[in-house]
Design a binder for this molecule. Sequence first.
Ligand code: FUC
Length: 788
Amino acid sequence: MKQKITRRRFLAEAGVAAATFPFVSSIFTSATDDTLVLWYDKPASEWTEALPVGNGRLGAMIFGGPASEQIQLNEDTLYAGSPYDPNNPEALKALPEARRLIFAGKYKEANDLIGAKMMAQPIKQMPYEPLGDLRLLFPDHDNVTNYRRQLDLDSAIATTTYSAGATNFTREIFASPVDQVIVVGLIADRRGKLNFVATFETPQKATVSTEGQDTLVLSGVNGDSSGIKGGLKFEARVLVQVQGGQTRAEKEKIVVSNAYSALLFVAAATSYRSYKDTSGDPTAIVSEQLKLVSQKTFFSLRAAHIQEHQRLFHRVKLNLGRTAAADLPTDQRPEQFLKGLDPQLATLYFQYGRYLLISSSRPGSQPANLQGIWNPSMTPPWESKYTININTEMNYWPAETTNLSECHEPLLRMVSELVENGARTARVHYGARGWVCHHNTDLWRQTAPIDGPLWGFWPTGGAWLCTHLWHHYEFTGDKTFLAKAYPVMKGAAEFFLDTLVPEPRRHWLVTCPSLSPENKHPANVAVCAGPTMDVQIIHDLFDQCFRAAEILGIDTDFSTKLLEVLGHMPPMQIGKAGQLQEWLDDWDLEAPERQHRHVSHLYGLFPSNQITSRGTPDVFAAARKSLELRGDVGTGWSLAWKINLWARLRDGDRAYSLLQKALSPVYAKEFRGGGGVYRNLFDAHPPFQIDGNFGVTSGVVEMLLQSHADEIELLPALPGAWPNGFVSGLRARGGFEVDIEWQNGALNRATIKSITGTTCHVRYQEKVVRLNLRRGATATLNPQLRIL
Ligand code: FUC
């Protein structure tokens, strides 16, 4: 049951404490919209039940145990290893033979040669690692009543409340992007009742010590991995301040006794300065951070945190209706959603995606990796790094559309940081100019092919990332940004100018060796020449370079050359089942895994805009056929991609049925594999992978608003399940902010605000209107698209 603690009742019960300690009175003041709350009536019993907070750089998973609180900590530069060079000097010699074998149809032999001679050394990249856990042990809190824990997406604060004996306890935890610390506020409503012991536990090579009577220190070095020595120092510190009691240091512990309230400030840093510099001083960084926050009050830290979070979070509102099911504990809601009884869960999940992006990716931080920033394991799945054959890009699909353009910055910066190592890989592995990145990268911005030929021998990852540079420009119109991004895009294009080769049958210019990500063709290997996805990605890269050069008024010869080369690349081909071919050959029906999770050849439909109903109707129909053939089964991110694809195909009901799959509870007994959510609404590949969270958030946008076909299209794929609703603050290409209200399944009203002062076309079904708005001007349209 939901515990009803009103502020008045809490303050009455808190008595003296409330009057004495400023932060007590703040606890229930920002009573927020409880529809954006994840809440539970039990503590987390495993990691995927714990609740995430983060400030882009520091992350914490909060378990909320009354007697034993576990706050699992991450810092986004704590990866294994140190700067390293995995490029393989043998690779280039083998390249001509690999190409010859592929063009001769000897795919298995090519696969074996690539595996033996052309992969990175080591063949794995470096894993993302946890810092460890801050543990708070409370004596006599085993039998508690009135328990509730929650994560309020609106304030980005995790709160646990319960009563032990006659005392009510409250914990508030947030990761402040302003003050760069995690703040833990603990309060009892009776004098002297707050007693606990704070300590660190860690799987790292580290020591725990104390400083003075109030500071816990964890310091260590990161792990070695695949023969690469750890080269990072790290440090985490917890400063404990109490009111009305004492702190004292014991070996590896801070003991708090007889307090009313306590504040714990958690700071953490590593010596990472860049992908090639590990000379930072984590002790100096965390000491300075703690010195600054220790002079501030809880109230001011909390208020600054909320304000900064809401600056981003409040930009988009979504309402799809609400029923009583929204009052249930969060982990009971997916089941209701599947029965069609809880439409608000889609809103919560959509906004959770925005919350998670704000919390794991802020200007200056590392980009969100496979798990955002939340990872408890020294050997996480797929190293919890950056898989760029879908996963990392998916993380950022909602960044521009849901008005979080700033949160895109870490990814955009990473693309430029790949250029140096990517140029070495281009030179060493291909004898080519420009730069290349294969299907993964890590903290050290490595770019060579890893894992093995089935996964890693794909040269188009860096090029896909470059399309994000262009998208950022499309949404913001920021020419200064474009001027800085252009050389990065150009370098990626140069690599392909040097490495595209004519295939023997039709002399089309193709990538070779390459693969259609992770999908085997009839020879039971993946390596091949000119998979459709490569053609589509290179098409975007070249086209976007051309347009950028034109906008910037530079490089005409180079960009004209790109268009000329594009003219010699393969067209998108329709195969014997009427499908869009995944490969140069019509292999789709003979491929061993016809329901493979990757739908790479549909890149052209989404996230790209090469396939549209009006521009390329035949290929559009073929793409639909391909998606039908693939079926609706998939991992978490695969389902999320399909939501976006069905939305682009304008089939809202099909997109919605995929959304229902994506929100299935993987913890339910009757659950049958493939995508879904954990109790904390983290997306399940399974295991946990955050891309599905972000991909669904993007998919909901694509159902309500699209802007890829030189038009802003309102409600392109509205499902029957959402007859009434509104959304505000979404962004469209060209620099527009869009609000839409609908009733009985039809548009009621839309408001378009121009951010950059460019013209646009707005479409609703068959009606189109041209708007010519000045910068900052707004137009409100009725269902006939007449300006009101
Ligand atoms: C790709 C996918 C896997 C997984 C991994 C991180 O290789 O094929 O399903 O998501 O990335």
